[in-house]
Design a protein around this ligand. Structure first.
Ligand SMILES: Cc1cc2nc3c(=O)[nH]c(=O)nc-3n(C[C@H](O)[C@H](O)[C@H](O)COP(=O)(O)OP(=O)(O)OC[C@H]3O[C@@H](n4cnc5c(N)ncnc54)[C@H](O)[C@@H]3O)c2cc1C
Length: 511
């Protein structure tokens, strides 16, 4: 006769060889798992035969239970589990864990049904295909797999990351959830924000970030339409990879100070490139580089193919080498003459206008990361028992959460206002009117990230500086938020740009 799974029955299984516990009204037989438990066997025997729900959630997330669901032998007779298993694509029910437009009680003037469909499909794609690889690559430091690139190419995720435009017009996005012609900057924002949700900062850049900031320049500034279409097709199909190579050891913020040169060959057919570039994202696996060069009377931008005259070396930074951050040497490297982007000696405008989309994406991603950190803090402060009470009962902790919520919501609200302007301005108008506001927004996002990282780490205590377990998202954020404060324009430079652009519009009458 089968024994009913009562609490009395569970209480009989108390030895290391025969160890049962109850978590959330479910019974787990841990006899075979005792030796494999990462925290050791002692802590499990302390709860043998008992209800370990409070102790479990004081140390673990529910996802751990899902991971070991095969150890569950049943539910306590007459009881029902209370915690709901999240499924791929689900929205979080934690307050402020989703932007307001995804919270059922609230409305937004900016988003319609097509945005909601895209968001849902992106989340499922990220959770199913990207997150598992991101976790693995962030650890082992190897580069993104061709298999994942192919999947993203097929779903047109690579194409969506360039923002709205003609390149999307004949494409069905994510298997047809929306048509490419419908795609606007709010869809673009959704794609950027959903793509950060694996929470692996190195892999976030390793996942084709180089392409997103360099193919845009080719599409906007290439003078040869056939070349532009060919490169677009090669890259968006995932066959070729590319990166943006502007910064050098000699010059980062001060782009005009670069020393890499480009000269026309004697027969006038090719550009000959000589010089070095530093910290180039995805450079290790790129087939093309969009390179900033000095030309006789100024600064020019050239699309340079990878040949044996282009040497790449991996740079180690504080996030994972999966980002493929690269030092590059161009030693008489050749690029055909029609690979010039924009006008010779007037490359500055190519680089500067290209920055807007990069910085907008970065502000969106930092904002989303902060929100995830806030969600982690809200969960943790409800789970963690200190001095006999959940951490959330401490007023000082609630003050920190209040500040985090305000920063996260302020960033998203400003971002959405700017996205709305982007939807109504041409590329040129965006360059003229939005470089300053986007610069200020990115600056605000990373200054906010500084505060959020600091408070979140304190809230998590030792776990906030531990790379595995409950604090891993917070640890990663605290270790890597500075990347966004420097890449794509350092905070100080962007703040200054924002104010200088505003100064241009000051009415003379006020002076
Ligand atoms: C991981 C990583 C990936 C990168 N990826 C790429 C890439 O793919 N392609 C690419 O071209 N570059 C890339 N970069 C380079 C990045 O854009 C530069 O690091 C950044 O622009 C800052 O330049 P810098 O490091 O030379 O700092 P510097 O220009 O030397 O500036 C140092 C600091 O001085 C201050 N500062 C500078 N100018 C001013 C000013 N006018 N007013 C006030 N303060 C100022 C700022 O605090 C700044 O952080 C990457 C960098 C890193 C670290």
């Amino acid at each position: 006769m089968k024994v009913p799974l009562t609490r009395q029955e569970v209480a009989k299984h108390t030895s290391e060889e025969d160890l049962w516990v109850i978590v959330d009204h479910k019974i787990y037989d841990l006899s075979e798992f005792v030796d494999a438990h990462p925290g050791g066997s002692v802590v499990l025997t302390q709860f043998a035969g008992q209800d370990a729900t409070q102790a479990f959630y004081n140390l673990h997330r529910h996802e751990v239970l899902q991971q070991y669901s095969d150890l569950c032998i049943g539910t306590v007779e007459g009881e029902k589990p209370e915690v709901i298993d999240p499924q791929p694509g689900d929205l979080s029910k934690v307050p402020y864990a989703e932007p307001l437009w995804l919270t059922p009680q609230f409305k937004s003037p900016y988003y319609n049904d097509s945005h909601r469909k895209l968001q849902k499909a992106m989340r499922i794609f990220v959770e199913t295909h990207i997150t598992p690889e991101a976790l693995q690559k962030e650890k082992d430091g190897t580069f993104i797999s061709q298999e994942l690139i192919d999947k993203m190419a097929e779903a047109n995720i690579l194409a969506m990351r360039l923002g709205p435009g003609k390149h999307l017009h004949n494409r069905k996005l994510l298997g047809g959830v929306i048509d490419g012609k419908e795609y606007d900057y709010f869809h673009d924002l959704i794609v950027s924000q959903e793509l950060t949700r694996h929470n692996q900062r190195g892999f976030q850049d390793g996942n084709m970030a180089g392409m997103t900031i360099s193919l845009t320049a080719v599409r906007q500034w290439c003078n040869d339409a056939q070349l532009m279409e060919r490169v677009t097709e090669e890259v968006l199909s995932g066959k070729k990879k590319m990166s943006l190579a502007i910064t050098e050891a000699f010059a980062g913020s001060d782009v005009a100070g670069i020393k890499t040169t480009a000269e026309l060959s004697e027969d006038g057919k090719d550009w000959i490139i000589n010089g070095t570039k530093k910290w180039i994202t995805n450079g290790m696996f790129s087939d093309y580089f969009v390179v900033g060069c000095k030309t006789p009377k100024g600064f020019s931008v050239i699309l340079v193919p990878k040949t044996e005259d282009v040497e790449v070396k991996l740079i180690k930074t504080s996030y994972s080498t999966t980002a493929a951050t690269t030092y590059i040497e161009f030693n008489n490297a050749k690029a055909p003459r029609n690979h010039l982007l924009g006008v010779e000696d007037r490359g500055f405008v190519v680089i500067m206008s290209n920055f807007n989309h990069e910085r907008f994406m970065m502000a969106g991603m930092v904002g989303r990361w902060m929100r995830t950190v806030l969600e982690e803090c809200l969960k943790w402060t409800h789970q963690r028992i200190v001095f006999g009470k959940p951490l959330i009962t401490q007023p000082v902790i609630r003050q920190k959460l209040a500040r985090m919520i305000s920063l996260v919501e302020a960033n998203q609200a400003w971002l959405e206002q700017i996205v709305h302007q982007m939807n109504h301005l041409s590329y040129d108008q965006q360059s003229q009117l939005l470089s300053g506001p986007i610069g200020l927004l990115k600056n605000f996002a990373t200054r906010s990230a500084h505060e959020v990282a600091d408070d979140a780490t304190n809230i998590f205590g030792g776990r906030g500086i531990t790379q595995s377990g409950m604090g891993r998202v917070v640890e990663m954020f605290h270790r890597t938020y500075k990347f966004d404060a420097i890449l794509g324009g350092a905070e100080e430079v962007l703040a200054d740009l924002g104010v200088r652009q505003a100064m241009k519009f000051m009415p003379k009458a006020m002076l």
